[in-house]
Design a protein around this ligand. Structure first.
Ligand code: GLN
Length: 459
């Protein structure tokens, strides 16, 4: 069924970069046979999933959306992929993304831009736009994305699905093509909070297997996810829960549709028992510039490995430096080259104090303030994005406007907190564009389960 849908829909949507038809059918048959033989399998066994193309799968090409990695075949499975395979999931294929995760439209990857399933003249968001579009168009039951500054949450919002960015370090980054290592986080995208919860349980690390230095040796929140067992919710399920709306997240630059959808959701939260306060933030606006300084600095260093020897293939017919330059000039896209140049400049001697060190100070201020609020509230609330999904091509010519679209999401990466985006407004409520709108719930470090409970109740 899912492969059929991919066949009929993906020519227009371009959500997948590669579909493993034979492998998927084989795996599904194996699961069927084991079930028929009476074997008790994991709840995710046989579930068809899609994987963002910057997460390694052994024997499958992992391009991170870049021409430089066009011919790159992974020699091993990322730890999250091993987790899904161990639970007998069916991995349908790899999904489209912005090159190296740099962007929020899924227009700069390999091949044609991915389209928003709700309205094909609009983008699905990015950089995990292929994963979000595949879930929204029911071409898979769930998907993995990566979130450095919003790349799971923003496309989830644009495509009307659920996206979870876990606490930094709870999910192993082993096998993820690095963009900005201190923010990169793998997380699930699914049609409902319940789906995302099952996927999160399957990919989060456990004590024995974390293969990455910056993965945390703890499995996160131990609070049970009671809603996975209970079918009936009480009538005022958020009774006694306290929420804070960050006032600056409703300031200038936020579209009227987004603002009114958000306020409707706040009313709904209050209607089911939640207490919602308005708080003002001194640091909210500092997040975006700090994010771009840190992300680009780390990217310039991380991407140095793509030199044509270890990854990509340079011709080496000339001096070594010229060969590197030629390869990177010819195979890296404009946005990626712009970011490497800016990152290198910001780290260079004489400038790093002015940019990098100041950005790290701002990062601490943003983090301290958010964590401070979370000592008084169960979750913080903001819209997921300042605007609805853009028209295809609208932002590519203006990088600064594109960066401004990350206003709601980057502070969460600066602080390592978990956050989830769920649908706050149906596409039908704005008939002119027919696009969904998302709301973001921000939780305490390691309290994903509490956050999932709240989001499930809201949904
Ligand atoms: N849009 C942001 C950026 O370009 C975030 C991307 C991401 O989370 N991978 O950096």
């Amino acid at each position: 069924l899912y492969l059929k849908r991919i066949e009929t829909k993906d020519d227009t949507l371009n959500a997948f970069t590669e579909v493993d038809k034979i492998g998927s059918i084989e795996q599904a048959k194996k699961v069927d046979a084991r079930l028929a033989a009476g074997e008790a399998l994991h709840i995710l066994a046989g579930i068809p999933l899609a994987i963002k193309d910057n997460i390694c799968r052994q024997g499958v090409s992992t391009t991170a959306g870049s021409t430089l990695l066009r011919k790159h075949l992974s020699t091993y499975d990322a730890e999250v992929v091993s987790g899904l395979k161990a639970r007998d999931c069916v991995l349908l294929g790899q999904t489209n993304m912005d090159e190296f995760g740099m962007g929020n439209t899924t227009e700069t990857g390999l091949g044609p831009p991915t389209r928003n399933p709700w309205n094909a003249s609009h983008v699905p968001g990015g950089s995990s736009g292929g994963s979000a579009a595949a879930v929204a168009a029911q071409m898979c039951a769930g998907a993995l994305g990566s979130d450095t500054g919003g790349s799971i949450r923003q496309p989830a919002s644009f495509c009307g699905v659920v996206g979870l960015k876990p606490t930094y370090g709870t999910v192993s980054r082993h096998g993820l093509v690095a963009y900005c290592s201190s923010f990169d986080t793998i997380g699930p995208i699914g049609p409902t909070v319940e789906d995302v919860s099952y996927l999160f349980q399957a990919i989060k690390g456990d004590l024995k297997s974390m293969k990455y230095d910056t993965s945390l040796r703890r499995s996160g929140d131990r609070k049970p996810l009671s809603f996975l067992e209970e079918s009936q919710l009480p009538s005022r399920p958020l009774q006694g829960r306290r929420f804070a709306v960050i006032a600056e997240a409703l300031g200038p630059g936020v579209s009227t549709e987004v603002r009114s959808a958000f306020l409707e959701s706040v009313k709904h939260i209050e209607g089911i028992g939640g207490i919602v306060d308005l708080v003002t933030s001194r640091t909210f606006q500092r997040g975006l510039p700090a994010y771009y300084v840190i992300a680009l600095s780390e990217a310039s260093s991380n991407l140095a490995r793509f030199d044509g020897t270890r990854f990509g293939s340079a011709s080496f017919t000339q001096q070594i430096l010229e060969s590197y330059t030629e390869l990177r000039q010819d195979t890296l896209g404009e946005e990626v080259r712009r970011r490497i140049l800016m990152g290198t400049y910001m780290l260079s001697s004489g400038y790093s104090d002015e940019y990098y060190t100041r950005a790290k100070c701002a990062q601490k201020q943003v983090c301290d303030e958010l964590v401070g609020y979370l000592s008084n509230y169960d979750a913080l609330l903001t819209p997921a994005t300042p605007d609805l999904a853009y028209i295809v091509g609208e932002k590519t010519k203006n990088p600064l406007q594109m960066y401004a679209g990350d206003l709601m999401t980057v502070n969460i990466n600066l602080s390592g907190l978990p956050a989830i985006v769920v649908r706050s407004c149906e596409p039908e409520s704005n008939p002119s564009q027919r696009l969904p709108i998302g709301i973001q719930f921000i939780g305490k470090h390691f309290c994903e389960n509490e956050l999932l409970e709240i989001a499930h109740t809201f949904e």
